[in-house]
Design a protein around this ligand. Structure first.
Ligand SMILES: Cc1cc2nc3c(=O)[nH]c(=O)nc-3n(C[C@H](O)[C@H](O)[C@H](O)COP(=O)(O)O)c2cc1C
Length: 334
């Protein structure tokens, strides 16, 4: 696969404090084909922080995109070069985060009001690296008209050479809502994103926001090039087992959730040997058995036992043993 032609049909969203390297390794066990994103990392952190720790990822994670937060084109270009050297497959710019801290730094969602600046940033990044550069945005902020604001941003990033635009299909209201509320309260407007795709046939448009199942994902794929799933992928990771068969016509990685969980054990052992606490890995796995008898006991065991200093891979295996009907397949292995 060439660098510019990553398959963007299905992606797992960047989620701060959720999609860390352990989470990404686990998600990759569930689907070979999803494009996976890191949490947002600011240009300041990449340039001046503990870079190796922040950017480290497992070779198994590919294809994996690094999401950057920033607004200064030279710094973003330098961070893009660093991302390329670290082996990422794509660099993504965050134009969707509404938090006060991010806004004070003049990046994230408030950049929806500065399409020319975003264009400059994307142009600097695409000039600096061979990897695809993409942007993740909202349909608008505050009292912006999404018809105009999203169109202006799209034209700017398309002209600057972005390989794809990922649109969280709701506004961000920067005054008065917390980041969490900004993920739920502004209404979703999928039709606006469909119209954007129709108006920009040559730009890869990925739709994000509120996708709760792969059936919904498939329906959106009639109108856009790709879908990005966030909270559902994290809270119900078992759904990821169906991504490869349903969306790509390829065999599922595992025929059952149990098999997927067991496959995580060697990784856990490796990480524990490096000094990682068990809970740092297993906190991402809590939703794997959701809806299956024994799921609550599994979660409770991990919540109480995995946090103890002596917790090890056997603790994880003991949690798996609490699940009834372990071999029940969730998806047909194609
Ligand atoms: C805990 C959490 C952290 C998030 N952090 C980021 C982030 O770092 N960068 C980003 O672009 N979006 C972030 N988001 C937003 C998601 O990427 C996504 O746009 C949003 O959750 C809507 O998609 P969903 O309805 O499928 O979850 C975050 C969402 C959550 C729930």
């Amino acid at each position: 696969m060439g660098l510019k032609d990553l398959d963007r049909k299905f992606a797992i969203a960047p989620m701060m404090e959720w999609t860390d390297r352990h989470c990404r390794f686990f998600h990759r066990l569930l689907t070979r084909r999803a494009l996976i994103y890191t949490e947002m990392i600011t240009t300041g952190a990449v340039l001046h922080g503990p870079r190796t720790r922040l950017l480290a990822h497992d070779p198994a994670e590919h294809p994996v995109a690094l999401q950057l937060g920033g607004c200064e084109s030279r710094q973003l270009a330098e961070c893009a070069r660093i991302a390329e050297a670290f082996g990422y497959d794509e660099v993504n710019l965050n134009i969707g985060c509404p938090s006060d801290r991010v806004r004070e730094g003049r990046f994230g969602a408030c950049l929806m009001a500065e399409p020319a600046l975003v264009g400059d940033c994307v142009a600097a990044m695409t000039a600096a690296i061979k990897l695809p550069v993409t942007v993740k945005c909202r349909i608008g902020i505050d009292d912006q008209d999404p018809e105009e604001a999203l169109e202006a941003l799209t034209c700017a990033v398309e002209r600057a050479g972005a390989a794809a635009l990922i649109v969280h299909a709701r506004k961000a209201w920067l005054d008065g809502l917390s980041p969490r509320e900004n993920r739920n309260i502004p209404p979703l407007d999928y039709a606006r994103v469909y119209r954007l795709k129709a108006a920009h046939p040559d730009l890869c448009i990925v739709l994000n926001g509120g996708i709760a199942s792969l059936d919904q994902a498939l329906a959106h794929l009639d109108c856009v090039d790709g879908v990005m799933m966030g909270r559902t992928a994290y809270q119900e990771p078992w759904q990821l087992l169906a991504v490869d068969p349903l969306l790509f016509g390829e065999p599922a990685r595992f025929a059952s959730r149990k098999a997927a969980a067991e496959a995580l054990s060697p990784y856990i052992e490796r990480e524990l040997a490096r000094g990682t606490r068990l809970h740092a890995v297993t906190r991402h796995v809590l939703g794997l058995f959701r809806g299956v008898p024994g799921a609550r006991a599994f979660r409770r065991h991990l919540a109480t036992e995995a946090t103890k200093p002596a917790a090890d891979a056997a603790t994880f295996r003991a949690a798996i043993a609490l699940i009834a009907d372990l071999d029940a397949p969730t998806v047909a292995a194609a």
